[in-house]
Write a protein that binds this ligand. Structure first.
Ligand code: VGL
Ligand code: ZN
Length: 260
């Protein structure tokens, strides 16, 4: 569906009428921070940057949204669920039109959620990860808790993602097969948001896919370079290049004022 509504609001915003800004804080959770199973290098360093953005631009930020990666303990993205596979290897997963994982190639034969599909809908190349961000776990290396050092306020919105056991979700808008969507787009629309400023982790996975979806849904999209960190150098550079090509603005937090 073409997001006319957002495009009309964005057009008004280009005329400096009715611009509304949201700060998106992607997956700043224990599992991606120091001591977490999927600790992102330098991840802890972005927390004060994010807090500073909130504080310095309080009056210009109309909405603040946190996303949380929120997995089952036997989530399909965990290498531990696939016999003979190690973290960072990839497997090909097949889904039916309901987003159910079809029993297929390279899926560990023990995987509990596999069903037989008569109609195959989508294939997804899934990177396998260490066990991470398990829902309701708030201690230890798989904890999914938001970092307690993040400034939180009444009115902040939390979006959970990746909570279906058989399918992963990097973007805070959709699962990786784009079969189901989260509340994020409707929350942004309800608040008449036209610009999104994206921070958090990982700049080559969840931040990257969230930014691509935000842009194609019609939001003017900014990624705050010093408020993100990524998993691997090569994919960080590739993601940054791809985002720039697609019209996503990569800015520094010190230049945020000019973009709001
Ligand atoms: C993420 C890998 C697996 C992320 C989530 O937040 O970027 N990466 N799950
Ligand atoms: Zn995950």
């Amino acid at each position: 569906m073409i997001p006319y509504f957002v495009f009309i609001l964005s057009a008004l915003c280009l005329l400096e009428v009715n611009c509304k800004n949201a700060l998106l804080i992607i997956d700043v959770q224990d599992c991606f921070l120091k001591g977490g199973n999927l600790a992102v290098t330098g991840g802890n360093d972005i927390i004060p940057v994010i807090n500073r953005i909130r504080n310095d631009y309080k009056n210009s930020l109309d909405l603040v949204v946190f996303s949380q990666d929120w997995h089952c303990s036997d989530h399909v993205s965990f290498a531990s669920q696939h016999i003979g596979y190690q973290p960072y290897q990839t497997i090909n997963l097949t889904y039916n039109s309901q987003g159910e994982l079809c029993y297929g190639e390279a899926v560990g034969s023990e995987f509990a959620y596999a069903v037989n599909c008569s109609t195959v809908s989508t294939h997804v190349l899934q990177t396998l990860w260490p066990d991470h961000c398990i829902k309701n776990v708030s201690q230890g290396p798989t904890s999914s808790k938001l970092d307690p050092g993040l400034v939180r306020e009444d009115g902040d919105v939390i979006i959970y993602k990746g909570q279906k056991c058989g399918i992963d979700a990097y973007s805070a808008f959709y699962d990786n097969a784009k079969i189901t969507q989260t509340q994020l787009n409707s929350v942004l629309r309800d608040n008449e948001i036209t610009k999104v400023f994206i921070t958090g982790m990982a700049s080559d996975f969840c931040v990257y896919y969230t930014a691509l979806d935000a842009k194609s849904l019609g939001y003017e999209t900014f990624v705050v370079k010093d408020a993100v960190r990524g998993v691997a150098n090569e994919s960080i550079v590739a993601a940054a290049h791809d985002m720039t090509t697609k019209g996503i603005n990569l800015i520094l937090s010190t230049d945020l004022k000019e973009s709001l």
